[in-house]
Design a binder for this molecule. Structure first.
Ligand code: GLC
Length: 556
């Protein structure tokens, strides 16, 4: 298929975290029928596809990223009949479905692991990674991404198994060809049902260096990130299933490099359609450390976008995003979630949606939802947040107040609060008690208000989705950062032989003047979209607090 005709290059994908999206009853957790009831809303927005985070059977230690049966729907979310109905109704509405495939690890409740545990002769023992103790303790110093050492002892056999995430998420042994056959079988099952694509969870961690040595200078990630056989494995899966079904695929790449991503998402389609990388979301980490409270580095943010936009152009394809179920709300993070909430939500949206790639909108982002600003540890549910609280407060001596301030900025629960639908109790998310507290601002920030207000963040996103389909330079143009050193403005151009697009953004609350370089003939420019009324013309502009403007110049 030629590059221009692949549907996902001009598409916008909407991410649903089912547990927090819409409860069709009073359980307090969202479900598939709830999603079906909102398809009209997603269609109005202009969503091309839904990425559904895991709905498989799971003990929910990591909210579904710990799968115990890849072929069954978690009863909390509904039944396989509900899923089939969702697929059918989504398709009737012109919306594709992308499933989340979590195959770096399984839940320890999975029957493979249950058989492997305590039995070296189990046919499933070699599905996982087991090592003998070294000097009576863990085989090496690799750290779990959720805190503590990455190895857990199986007392019955006196061997440790590897878990890069929670101890209830055991890493699969991809060196074993049978594991790879199982993965193909799982994906085949869902593709055969008519699912249109797959998001592959932490897929660049599947190939581990096999000597499992200590990492003298780090936490072990350099021994398994973009590991030695990862491209070979992806090509094998892609050939066996993705290419057969023409599935769209997006790989979640943890701590990856541009060079690897060029290969993962190369135009030849041998591995994946596109990649998520997270470098731009580490600009508010202090010295690379997430669990700190830090302002964001604006210059670095622009440098990272520049590197990835120019580096993938013509070589690969990236996913564009600010938010997902693991990231705090962007309007609280990089914008102003009080006075300029609406302006900054729109500006942030425009500044990534006008780049090259496929944009992803995370539920609630399209109405400018904010972090909930929790103040007590009892309000948090996320395994990563509660683990880190325990480690940092009870072992590292961080004060409770400091840790709560860090969690309020960094916790994954910031984005997992229930979707704010309307002004009814619990924001109309459930008729019961929500599993996680709704943000208090729901009477003001909710989907019903947004749909009623032609000036809302919602309709701004709708417009961005439409622009991507109407204006080819958004998909194909080269990226030029116009002001890499400016401390307040993020202005870039997109350019091909026929069109130039300018995306001008003020990331702060002070008004600032900008003279567009004379090479861009502003008298020919058409302002396609802004979050303010725009009257001025010419090359000297004044950008108001969090203002964004998108201009198109047709070259004739
Ligand atoms: C990915 C998911 C995250 C999960 C982790 C382990 O990063 O997005 O939610 O905890 O993988 O599966």
């Amino acid at each position: 298929m030629s590059v221009q005709t692949e549907w996902w290059r001009t598409a916008t994908i909407y991410q649903i975290y089912p547990k927090s999206f819409c409860d069709s009853g009073s359980k307090g957790t969202g479900d598939i029928q709830g999603i079906i009831s909102k398809l009209g809303y997603l269609k109005l927005l202009g969503t091309d596809a839904i990425w559904l985070t895991p709905v498989y059977e799971s003990p929910m230690v990591d909210n579904g990223y710990d799968i115990s049966d890849y072929y069954a729907i978690n009863p909390d979310f509904g039944t396989m009949a509900d899923f089939d109905e969702l697929l059918e109704k989504a398709h009737q509405n012109g919306i594709r479905i992308i499933m989340d495939i979590v195959v770096n690890h399984t839940s320890t409740a999975h029957k493979w692991f249950q058989s492997a545990l305590g039995d070296k002769n189990s046919p499933y023992r070699d599905y996982y990674i087991w090592k003998d103790p070294v000097d009576g303790r863990e085989p090496n110093n690799w750290a779990s991404k959720f805190g503590g050492n990455a190895w857990e002892l199986d007392e019955a056999t006196n061997q440790y198994y590897l878990h890069l995430f929670a101890k209830e998420q055991a890493d699969l042994n991809w060196e074993n060809p049978q594991v790879r056959e199982e993965v193909k079988h799982i994906i085949d099952f869902w593709a055969e049902k008519g699912v249109d694509g797959f998001r592959l969870d932490v897929i660049n961690l599947i190939s581990k260096q096999q000597d499992f040595t200590d990492d003298e200078s780090g936490d072990g990630r350099r021994f398994y990130t973009d590991g030695p056989r990862v491209h070979e494995y992806l090509q094998e899966i892609s050939e066996a299933v993705f290419q057969k079904y023409g599935s769209v695929t997006v790989g979640e790449m943890s701590s990856t490099t541009l060079e690897h991503c060029q290969q993962y998402s190369a135009n030849d389609g041998k591995e994946l359609s596109m990649v998520f990388n997270f470098h731009h979301l580490k600009v508010d980490y202090s010295n690379g450390e997430k669990w700190t409270k830090a302002p964001f580095d604006f210059i670095q943010l622009k440098q990272i976008f520049n590197k990835w936009q120019t580096g993938l152009n013509g070589k690969g394809w990236g996913a564009l995003f600010w938010c997902n179920h693991d990231q705090p709300r962007v309007v609280s993070r990089l914008g102003d979630d009080q006075q300029y909430r609406v302006e900054s939500a729109k500006m942030l949206a425009a500044s990534v949606h006008m780049m090259q790639g496929t944009p992803y909108i995370y539920q609630g982002e399209e109405i400018g939802m904010t972090n909930p600003h929790y103040t007590d540890i009892s309000q948090y549910r996320d395994v990563e947040s509660t683990n880190m609280y325990d480690i940092m407060v009870n072992h590292d001596g961080v004060s409770k107040e400091d840790m709560l301030a860090i969690l309020a900025q960094k916790s994954r629960d910031n984005s997992r609060t229930p979707m704010q639908w309307n002004t009814e109790e619990h924001a109309g998310f459930t008729q019961g008690q929500p599993w996680l507290e709704v943000a208090r601002n729901y009477p003001e920030i909710n989907a019903a208000h947004a749909v009623d207000d032609p000036d809302s963040v919602f309709y701004f996103y709708q417009k961005l989705i439409q622009l991507r389909k109407a204006i080819p330079v958004i998909t194909s143009g080269e990226y030029i950062d116009l002001l890499p050193e400016h401390k307040q403005l993020f202005c870039y151009a997109r350019r091909d032989e026929k069109q130039t697009l300018l995306c001008l953004n003020n990331y702060y609350s002070e008004e600032v003047e900008y003279s567009v370089p004379p090479t861009f003939s502003m008298e020919k420019a058409q302002c396609l979209l802004s979050n303010y009324d725009v009257a001025e013309s010419g090359n000297t502009l004044s950008l108001r607090p969090y203002e964004t403007r998108i201009y198109l110049i047709e070259e004739c």
